[in-house]
Design a protein around this ligand. Structure first.
Ligand code: SAM
Length: 280
């Protein structure tokens, strides 16, 4: 295969090596160099498909020194492939700064799409896929984690998180408390021998992992969107208006409940008036 010069962002399997795409293999086979996080991990994939290639490390801790070398190679017309250990590069993995630097120099950047844990988990979660928010890894510190979750609590979307097994139970407990006991799924070891998707309420999942201990393997947590509160019944409206009228008067009681509930103010005013008149 003849490749045009440029940077190729190549997705690789998240477990099952059979998931690699044909175009990914062709690009990896034809690239002048493959930049990867761990040469041993990428080496296994290449060995499986009998691809011989020049592997160079590109990971968080060497990126500042490796990036100028890669950019120089691209300027000289090389075909450079970037992969991560698993899944799609840049997605909670290195590569974003390299892409920005290449684009800033007008160098060609192409993606070879393929597996990613977040989409695989979303498909299997049983949660609505039409609108979702990928949150990556939460902060490790409990306070920062809880603050971050609170910031997303009102997002009307399915939420996806990557999480380490050791933090799973604590994270699920925080989620149940802060997001409410929504429907959720814990997707583990996707595409691998011990693939498992456990679905349930956040409280149930938190209790399960609290009891069972940390599971093995890699994990994605998928949390369904907030469930809109059921509109209050007529009896509930009257009960709340009754108390509010006594404390605030008719007009203010109707205004306050309209803001809280989203119900029409005129209707609440009429009901509040009737409640006051009955009380006289
Ligand atoms: N770039 C990858 C992608 O596209 O999914 C993600 C890399 S991130 C460093 C690694 C995290 O992804 C893991 O800690 C886990 O949360 C998730 N992950 C990766 N492979 C997985 C799998 N087979 N099953 C479940 N989660 C996985």
């Amino acid at each position: 295969m003849r490749l045009a010069p440029g940077l190729y962002l190549v997705a690789t399997p998240i477990g099952n090596l059979g998931d690699v795409g044909l175009r990914a293999l062709a690009v990896l086979g034809a690239a002048d160099r493959i930049c990867c996080e761990d040469t041993r991990v990428t080496g296994k994939l290449l060995a499986r498909y009998k691809i011989r290639a020049r592997l160079e490390p590109y990971y968080d801790h060497n990126a500042e020194t490796a990036r100028p070398v890669i950019l120089a190679a691209l300027r000289h017309g090389e075909r450079v492939a970037l992969v991560s250990d698993a899944g799609t590069p840049l997605i909670s993995d290195p590569g974003y700064k390299l892409v920005c630097a290449a684009l800033a120099e007008g160098l060609s950047v192409t993606a070879i799409p393929g597996p990613s844990a977040l989409l695989t988990a979303l498909l299997l979660s049983g949660q609505p896929p039409d609108r979702f928010f990928f949150a990556g890894f939460l902060p490790r510190q409990p306070i920062a984690r809880r603050r971050t979750l609170a910031g997303w609590a009102s997002l009307d979307a399915t939420l996806l998180f990557y999480e380490a097994p050791a933090r799973l139970a604590a994270t699920l407990a925080d989620m149940a408390e802060i997001l409410g006991s929504r429907s959720a799924a814990v997707a583990r070891e996707l595409t691998k021998l011990h693939e498992e998707v456990r679905r349930g309420r956040l409280t149930e999942l938190a209790a399960h992992y609290e009891l069972a201990g940390s599971p093995r393997g890699e994990i994605v947590i998928v949390v369904g969107p907030p469930v809109p509160a059921a509109p209050p019944t007529e009896d509930e409206i009257d009960r709340r208006l009754h108390d509010a009228v006594a404390a605030l008067g008719v007009r203010e009681a109707a205004r306050e409940l309209a803001v809280e509930s989203g119900l029409p103010r005129q209707m609440l005013y009429r009901r509040a008036l009737a409640i006051r008149n009955r009380a006289r």
